[in-house]
Design a protein. Structure first.
Length: 335
């Protein structure tokens, strides 16, 4: 009888261990705002804001970030225009090389501009990262949160910027690029905070963190709205008509409601500044985002990276659902 009971106990332990190994819980790290990942050759390359450098993680699974290989690929020198406030870095493989984009200042928020690094090494954890300089259009206005994507063999950059030189409203802009470090067109404004759910932020209203999202041949931009210092931070959606030029703002339509927002029931506040990735087998769509565990935590260092699978409506609109509560076991991305 003891032998049978021991065997049953061992079997239960093995089943529990298997279940643990095939699932994960949020958050992925104790902290880390503005999470981004890029998948190439079986590895995810992950970044988030550290404020004073660009740090890169390499892992087979984003659920294993806590034990993943990591390295600082760039730390700016003091006393230049990009020494401080290094925000929302993201590393992408474009046109045969690796590029790292980030926003930075010389010490004042009004100085925020976009910058880029380049690395020809097949593995971005090795090789030499070269500072290529600022990425800007002719206006050279305030700019953060750049994402670069390819559409019909052309490169485009989308970002959050100011129309003028005063910090009162952040809008979403787009421009064409002739290469990964050079903008070749005028900037075009695609979105301004217009709905009430986009305007929570007192004196400053916000559209930021744009990320291109493809579904078949359909192109969308998911962006964060309202101030990150509020609990109303949420995700909005812009959809391209598929006709004409991406630089024609009339071809873009804004979804009237937020697609992802605070869940008081699940105790997840201010989810936003996301990116997207596919499961290793390419069959599942996942959203990677940051959120707070308590109300009122705002834009500080307590924001933590999280991920969950999402689906689509018949009309091709992403369905993110509600941000999943901490500690809930989710099935890992399919391999």
């Amino acid at each position: 009888m003891r032998t049978i009971l021991l065997a049953l106990t061992l079997m239960q332990a093995m089943l529990f261990a298997h279940a643990q190994d095939s699932t994960f819980t949020n958050p992925l790290l104790p902290s880390g705002a503005d999470p981004y990942s890029f998948y190439k050759d079986g590895f995810y390359y992950y970044t988030h804001t550290t404020a004073n450098s660009v740090v890169l993680w390499k892992t087979r699974s984003l659920t294993d970030l806590q034990s993943a290989q990591r390295t600082t690929i760039y730390k700016p020198t003091e006393n230049n225009a990009w020494s401080k406030d290094v925000w929302a870095p993201q590393v992408q493989f474009l046109r045969g090389k690796w590029y790292a984009y980030f926003a930075a200042t010389g010490g004042k928020n009004s100085q925020h501009r976009m910058y880029v690094l380049e690395n020809p090494s097949p593995d971005p954890m090795t090789g030499t990262w070269t500072f290529k300089g600022q990425v800007t259009d002719a206006t050279n206005k305030w700019a953060i949160d750049a994402d670069i994507f390819e559409y019909k063999k052309e490169l485009y950059m989308i970002w959050s910027g100011w129309e003028g030189d005063v910090d009162k409203q952040q809008d979403i802009y787009i421009a064409k690029m002739k290469n990964p470090w050079t903008i070749s067109s005028e900037r075009v404004r695609l979105s301004v905070p217009e709905h009430e759910w986009e305007k929570s932020g007192q004196k400053v209203t916000v559209n930021e963190g744009p990320q291109a999202l493809f579904h078949g041949k359909k192109l969308m931009i998911v962006y964060s709205a309202s101030g990150c210092w509020t609990d109303h931070y949420a995700l909005g959606l812009l959809r391209f008509s598929g006709k004409g030029s991406l630089l024609d703002s009339a071809q873009w339509t804004k979804h009237p409601e937020p697609l992802f927002k605070t869940s008081v029931a699940n105790k997840v506040w201010a989810p936003g500044h996301n990116s997207f990735f596919k499961s290793p087998d390419g069959k599942e769509d996942w959203i990677l985002y940051h959120a707070n565990s308590l109300p009122g935590w705002g834009c500080g260092g307590k924001r933590s990276p999280r991920m969950q699978r999402f689906t689509w409506t018949k009309d091709g609109i992403p369905v993110f659902g509600e941000p999943v509560a901490e500690g809930v076991r989710l099935k890992k991305p399919s391999e």
